[in-house]
Design a binder for this molecule. Structure first.
Ligand code: GLU
Length: 443
């Protein structure tokens, strides 16, 4: 007879004392992936027993971030709503002698509940780090609750893991030192042994622990910066895990299939911003041209720009950005202004620096206007072909600088062929005309 496989249950157990950190989001992700690929259960447990530091605002942020990332949980609990359950277990521990009431300190400032430490060697086979051993003697009879109504962290975690049927505890390696205490409590409660998997820390490029001073660390900051949720998931997955081959781009569903807990690395995972941007750009490609164009349309909705121009501009913008959040930033900085309105010029800027001659610049702009007004098919390639031919003869800088500047009014912009094509024939000729009158009026 086939023995039924035990249902795998994982949990993500954040304390709502800050916005959801990228490192915690990765813990949530690994728990999610492991549960889903084993057709198990993924639990969210808000560890809000610290009344001073826990805030509703942070709990909301955690829920929003998980939703945005698509990490759906099957059940949610709040430790603050489970006092009776902890009390039941505390009472049992006191009555069977595995815990006892005692003075908090030698001075006798009040009672606490201490765990009766059996002082043994304890070890576990960490799914990521291998065998880990501890002598628990040094932990003494540690405090597990302030009183029957106020359990402390270690007790609440173990009671919950037991009551919720958790099988796998997947969490940051900063919890390794908590594990012996929790295992002792677990044994005293008669809990089955949990599997532990302690995942590596996330490090900044300088190998120090990733923190605020290295830039954005909370998920909500990346939402605001305009990253794709799928890219955040993909990037988090790669911080500490890889499939063992060249593949790097995965959707959440693909990760459910491919992720392997035992392949998670032991050493710290470095947060690489360039890699993150690259992953995001790949996820923009996954959206496909139509969806990407729709996104750009929405982002440009408040600008004076025709649908036709947006259609032509979209692929150019997509080529340049690695996250959609760059578009509002570009609008804000004025970088795209020349697509929305005719530029103003100063004569000197219309002249090529190496040969700043207004007569020559006027001559070239006139000729460029003539060539372009004769051009029927105003495609990017066609514009390039006819202008290039002329510029090769007359000197590239002499021709292309004034043309590009006349169209953009900026030192830096896309090339003049791209600009002419996006602006269209009529607008291009008008701008060339304006630049010409400016040159002439100043001579
Ligand atoms: N609440 C703990 C934390 O925020 C996690 C506890 C656990 O995963 O066992 O770090």
């Amino acid at each position: 007879m086939e023995t039924p496989k035990e249902k795998i249950v994982t949990r993500f157990a954040p304390s709502p004392t800050g916005f959801l950190h990228m490192g915690s989001a990765r813990t949530a992700l690994y728990n999610y992936l492991f549960a889903r690929q084993n057709e198990g259960k993924f639990i969210l447990r808000i560890e809000d027993t610290d009344k001073e530091r826990s805030k509703k605002e942070f709990e909301d942020d955690i829920l929003n971030a998980l939703k945005w990332l698509g990490l759906n949980y099957d059940e949610i609990y709040r430790q603050s709503e489970r006092t009776e359950i902890y009390k039941k277990h505390l009472k049992k521990m006191v009555s069977d002698g595995s815990a006892y009431e005692a003075e908090e300190s030698a001075g006798g400032s009040g009672k606490v509940i201490r765990f009766k430490n059996p002082n043994i060697k304890i070890s576990w086979n960490d799914l990521i780090r291998g065998k880990i051993e501890f002598d628990t003697t040094e932990l003494k009879d540690f405090v597990i609750a302030k009183n029957m109504e106020t359990p402390l962290y270690h007790l609440a975690v173990v009671v919950d893991d037991l009551e919720m049927g958790v099988t796998h505890v997947i969490r940051g390696e900063d919890h390794i030192s908590n594990t012996p205490r929790q295992m002792l409590i677990g044994r005293a409660l008669g809990a089955p042994e949990f599997f532990y998997a302690h995942i590596p820390l996330i490090l900044a490029p300088d190998k120090s622990k990733l923190s605020k001073r290295h830039g954005a660390v909370s998920v909500n900051e990346y939402t605001r910066l305009g990253y794709e949720p799928g890219a955040v998931i993909n990037f988090l997955a790669l911080m500490g895990w890889n499939p063992g081959d060249e593949r790097e781009i995965f959707t959440l569903d693909e990760l459910v299939k491919e992720f392997r807990l035992e392949k998670v690395q032991k050493g710290g995972a470095v947060f690489n911003k360039e890699k993150f941007d690259w992953v995001n750009k790949e996820h923009i490609k996954l959206l496909g041209a139509v969806e990407a164009q729709n996104r750009i349309k929405k982002l440009l909705a408040d600008q004076k720009i025709s649908d036709e121009t947006i259609d032509k501009l979209s692929p150019i913008i997509i080529d340049r950005i690695s996250r959609f959040g760059e578009i509002p930033e570009m609008i804000e900085s004025g970088e795209l202004d020349y697509f929305f309105a005719k530029p103003e010029y100063e004569t000197k800027n219309l002249l090529w620096q190496k040969k700043p001659d207004p007569i020559l610049a006027s001559k070239h702009l006139e000729k460029v206007s003539m060539i372009l007004s004769d051009l029927k098919d105003f495609s990017q390639e066609n514009v390039k072909k006819v202008i290039w031919e002329y510029a090769e003869k007359e000197g590239r800088g002499e021709v292309l600088w004034p043309m590009r500047y006349a169209l953009s009014g900026r030192d830096k912009s896309p090339d003049p062929f791209t600009l002419a094509y996006v602006l269209g024939k009529k607008e291009t000729l008008e701008r060339l005309g304006n630049a010409l009158s400016k040159l002439k009026s100043d001579v």
